[in-house]
Write a protein that binds this ligand. Structure first.
Ligand code: DGT
Ligand code: CA
Ligand code: ZN
Length: 572
């Protein structure tokens, strides 16, 4: 329900924008959608209590529309709007770099209303002659369409995770359910997930299955059985639920967590011990069973220590477990510092004091204020002249905070298209920490964009490279970088590479982060916070680092703060 209302408001905003409506109206819908998304509670409940207009950004007009939609299941305003602007046009906005202006152009000039018509027109070479287009932008659109097809229906972790939590809470509330856990790629914390896999332990499966298939967001039942059912939800996510007796919960959860390749390894090990392994039990040749109520018992039965789900990708974890060389993985509570965060000095929502309070609340011991440098127009970046006043403010807040939190003055300095940095060296030298990031010209040739990043790594003032590839999940691939060259240079110059924890980035990804570690590069896991709640995204970054076999030693901001500070000091 929440998601449907949020999607509805976003759709209105997109259609208004394609229509060419004044910007403040469009932003009003987006703001309301964001704010409802952050509400944390049930929108229908707020509606029932007549409290919708108390949600920031939800005015009378929008509250009335939500009311009409909940009460009647329809929205006249949207129907009228779709009579003017075809609703299917919003599909086009999923294509990377295709905004509402272009969508409007294609529609008005060529009558394109959906993705397949867009693809046909692009293939026929009809887009290149439109105003503001060209052969290059036409082929970019084709590439975007291909990327979109490739990603198929995989949901980003940041979308699947909160929905799965809702679903787990729902299932836990069903009488007779003793345990419920998420499995599958979501439990392994993959950056995107194909579907949700959930395992419940209950003596009677029928009531649990009925509650599952009867969930209010279910639009289709894909399969229904005694131990397994699967459904599709309104926002394109599907889920399967296994229900087994509690004494078999361990094997079921292990099976459903996967990955498939990891499970194949475990079954091989079981066979060597003369056992077969399935989701319901180990079986001896005589047909008798060994039941496992917990997952740890499954691993124990195979003579293995518990293998954390994030490692279960058949990337050497079973061999390491057998050899007793599994890494002691980094944990969320090991992170002591946020090294990438924005304030009102650029595009952040909080001032320095507010951000510091939010970091303190989350147990951080150090916080770097890293606002954007000036050239990144959209982000309202810092001018060189601003840095002195910002330093004074940081000093003043530091005096208020005392020893509780160490503040650092930093900057997220833009790597320009030619590889030079936005601030001159003597300015960078005055800062406590420097993150260099690419935000534009990501589609340069491999050699050119790699050189750009290498040049930034070689700058003696740069400490961290922010979101190194610039990918955006689900639909913008990162820059075409020679990653091995980047890892070598970063190791040589002792520049850390970021795992940007925002679920739309997770950049470096798990595979790159693992290669980085193997190459002797330090990582920095940062949220790139623009608000207080962004600081909580750290969880996704830590999960990605765990998938990369990361220990505390590999991560700057998991070091004791004194060590981090002396590392920074030694580089100035
Ligand atoms: P996804 O949904 O594409 O992001 O990836 P997973 O890993 O969640 O895979 P999914 O949903 O197809 O299956 C869930 C789990 O079920 C998987 O992680 C392991 C188990 N599984 C599925 N098919 C097989 C199979 O053929 N053999 C074995 N051993 N396990 C399987
Ligand atoms: Ca799955
Ligand atoms: Zn940033």
């Amino acid at each position: 329900m929440n998601q449907q209302i949020i999607d509805l408001l976003r759709k209105i905003a997109d259609l208004l924008e394609i229509k060419g409506e004044v910007i403040y109206k469009i932003l009003a819908y987006r703001k309301a959608a964001d704010s409802l998304e952050n509400l944390g509670g049930d929108i229908r409940e707020a509606w029932r209590q007549g409290k919708l207009t108390e949600v920031p950004g939800v005015g009378k007009a929008i509250a009335e529309k939500i009311d009409e939609w909940i009460t009647t299941g329809r929205l006249e305003f949207l129907e009228k709007l779709q009579a003017e602007v075809p609703g299917s046009l919003v599909e086009l906005l999923q294509v990377t770099d295709l905004g509402p202006k272009k969508a409007a152009l294609f529609w008005k000039q060529l009558g394109i209303t959906n993705l397949s018509e867009l693809e046909a027109a692009a293939r026929a070479g009809q887009l290149r002659d439109l105003p503001g287009m060209g052969e290059k932008s036409e082929s970019r659109i084709l590439a975007g369409l291909e990327a979109l097809a490739r990603r198929s229906d995989r949901a980003p972790l940041g979308k699947a995770w909160p929905f799965a939590q809702e679903l787990l809470a729902y299932l836990r509330s069903i009488p007779g359910v003793q345990q419920v856990q998420i499995g599958g790629s979501l439990r392994r914390m993959s950056a995107t997930v194909g579907d949700l896999d959930i395992v419940a332990g209950a003596s009677h499966s029928l009531p649990v299955m009925q509650a599952f298939t009867g969930h209010p967001d279910v639009v289709r039942i894909l399969g229904q059985g005694e131990t397994k059912s699967s459904v599709e939800f309104s926002h394109h996510l599907s889920a399967q639920l296994w229900v087994l007796p509690p004494e078999r919960f361990g094997t079921a959860l292990q099976y459903a967590t996967g990955s498939k390749d990891h499970n194949v390894r475990l079954r091989e090990l079981a066979l060597k011990k003369g056992l077969s392994l399935s989701e319901s039990a180990f079986q001896r040749p005589d047909g008798s069973e060994i039941l496992c109520a917990s997952e740890a018992e499954v691993y124990d039965q195979l003579g293995l220590p518990f293998i954390p789900p994030e490692l279960r990708e058949d990337r050497g974890e079973v061999q390491a477990a057998l050899a007793g060389t599994l890494p002691i993985l980094l944990e969320l509570s090991d992170i002591r510092a946020e090294l990438h965060a924005h304030t009102t000095w650029s595009d952040g929502k909080l001032d320095i004091r507010q951000l510091a309070d939010a970091a303190l609340q989350r147990g951080h011991k150090a916080l770097a204020i890293t606002d954007h440098s000036g050239s990144l127009g959209v982000a309202g970046g810092l001018k060189i002249e601003d840095l002195r006043a910002q330093r004074a403010e940081i000093d003043a807040v530091q005096a208020q905070l005392g020893d509780s939190l160490r503040l650092l003055q930093g900057c997220e300095v833009e790597i320009r298209a030619d590889g030079s940095l936005d601030f001159p060296d003597q300015v960078l030298a005055s800062l406590d920490i420097v993150i260099a990031s690419l935000h534009s010209s990501l589609r340069q040739e491999r050699q050119q964009v790699t050189q750009r990043l290498l040049k930034a790594i070689e700058n003696p003032h740069v400490d961290i490279i922010g979101h190194p590839t610039g990918r955006l999940i689900p639909n913008r691939e990162g820059a075409d970088l020679d990653m091995e060259a980047i890892f070598q240079a970063a190791a040589q110059h002792q520049v850390a590479l970021e795992i940007n924890a925002h679920p739309s980035r997770l950049d470096l990804d798990d595979a790159h982060a693992r290669r980085a570690i193997q190459s002797g590069v330090s990582l920095s896991i940062n949220t790139d916070a623009h608000s207080a709640s962004d600081l909580d995204l750290l969880f996704f970054g830590v999960a990605t680092a765990r998938r990369a076999w990361s220990t505390t030693e590999d991560v700057l901001n998991a070091w004791p703060v004194e060590r981090l500070l002396s590392w920074l000091e030694s580089r100035r």
